[in-house]
Design a protein around this ligand. Structure first.
Ligand SMILES: Nc1ncnc2c1ncn2[C@@H]1O[C@H](COP(=O)(O)OP(=O)(O)O)[C@@H](O)[C@H]1O
Ligand SMILES: [Mg+2]
Length: 306
């Protein structure tokens, strides 16, 4: 794969669900090896955007290229952690078996494991530092530890782009930082690209390279200073927004209310029912060849809307 090639090119894309436009004529380019924090109010389209990269939501117009290629379902160059991960806390399955299940696409029952899958499972457990957890049942692990195993699943098959949809939901702040730092370390070690969605910016601040902020059908991609600003966020929220910086933390305020707290207050501590089909198996196919080089000459336009 060409190292200079963009990881993600979104070119004048409109996404619609049920007749409602989620993104409207939006363009941005994510470079290889970037850690992107994907932010925006509830319903802004973070999940929908990720699903469109997986080919699960068709674009209404415009083009998306992932690692230089047109969107395709089951793209082995993408690893995906869906937003909703229910019922894991009750599972007696052992950590190693849980990771292996994603490798061969079996959610239930004993996975058939050939040597290659076994080696890949050990590789990803090693990467996320989960060997200690591998022989324990999920039900005995903390939320942060289960998250480690979910990340390991995403890394099976060596994806070049990770889509991590709200990995911090239902984790306490200490575990949140741990998960972000773990993803950052793995991302750098493998030199892969990460889209990490969250409803709070602060846990990501020390780890992200740039922010992709969604709102009102638009997107702003840039550094924290470029994007987390009064004019940009006011436009994305469609109402006056203030940005306060206190002790290295950033607070996005609407009037007196901190906006991400307001927006997601009901979500704290909950595990949600999964409203989307499961897409495990993405990036988990083995024995495929990576990187058909088509040599598209097209470089992403930087229409950052910032
Ligand atoms: N299958 C669907 N059909 C119609 N609308 C949907 C569907 N899934 C999500 N939506 C709507 O699309 C919008 C974007 O949702 P989503 O991508 O989940 O936002 P986010 O992840 O940023 O919270 C929301 O208004 C949501 O209600
Ligand atoms: Mg979402």
């Amino acid at each position: 794969m060409n190292a200079a090639q963009a990881a993600l090119e979104v070119d004048r894309v409109t996404l619609a669900l049920g007749g409602r436009e989620i993104l409207n004529d939006t363009s941005f380019t994510v470079h290889n090896g970037e850690f992107i924090g994907v932010l925006g109010p509830n319903g802004a389209g973070k999940t929908t955007l990720m699903r469109s990269l997986l080919g699960l939501v068709p674009v209404k117009s415009g083009t998306i290229r992932v690692n230089g290629e047109a969107v395709v379902r089951g793209n082995p160059s993408i690893g995906y952690m869906p937003q909703i991960r229910t019922g894991l806390a009750n599972r007696r399955v052992l950590g190693r078996d849980f990771v292996a299940m994603a490798a061969d696409g079996h959610h239930w029952g004993l996975p058939h494991r050939n040597a290659r899958i076994r080696a890949d499972v050990e590789r990803v457990l090693e990467l996320v530092g989960a060997h200690q957890l591998a022989s324990r049942p999920l039900s005995e692990l903390s939320g942060g530890e289960r998250q480690r195993l979910l990340l390991a699943q995403c890394l099976l098959g060596n994806p070049r782009l990770l889509l991590l949809d709200e990995p911090l939901i239902s984790l306490d702040p200490r575990h949140q930082t741990g998960v972000v730092e773990l993803v950052r370390r793995v991302q750098r070690e493998l030199n892969i690209t990460v889209l990490f969605s969250a409803h709070e910016l602060n846990p990501l601040l020390n780890s992200l390279d740039r922010v992709l902020y969604l709102g009102s059908g638009r997107a702003a991609l840039g550094t924290v200073d470029e994007v987390i600003s009064k004019p940009v966020l006011s436009r994305l929220y469609g109402s006056p927004i203030d940005v306060m910086r206190v002790n290295g933390r950033i607070f996005v305020m609407s009037g007196d209310v901190e906006i991400d707290k307001l927006d997601h207050a009901h979500e704290e501590g909950e595990e949600h029912e999964h409203e989307h089909e499961h897409d495990h198996g993405h990036g988990h196919e083995h024995g495929h060849e990576h990187g058909h080089e088509h040599g598209h000459g097209k470089k992403g336009k930087h229409t950052h809307n910032v």
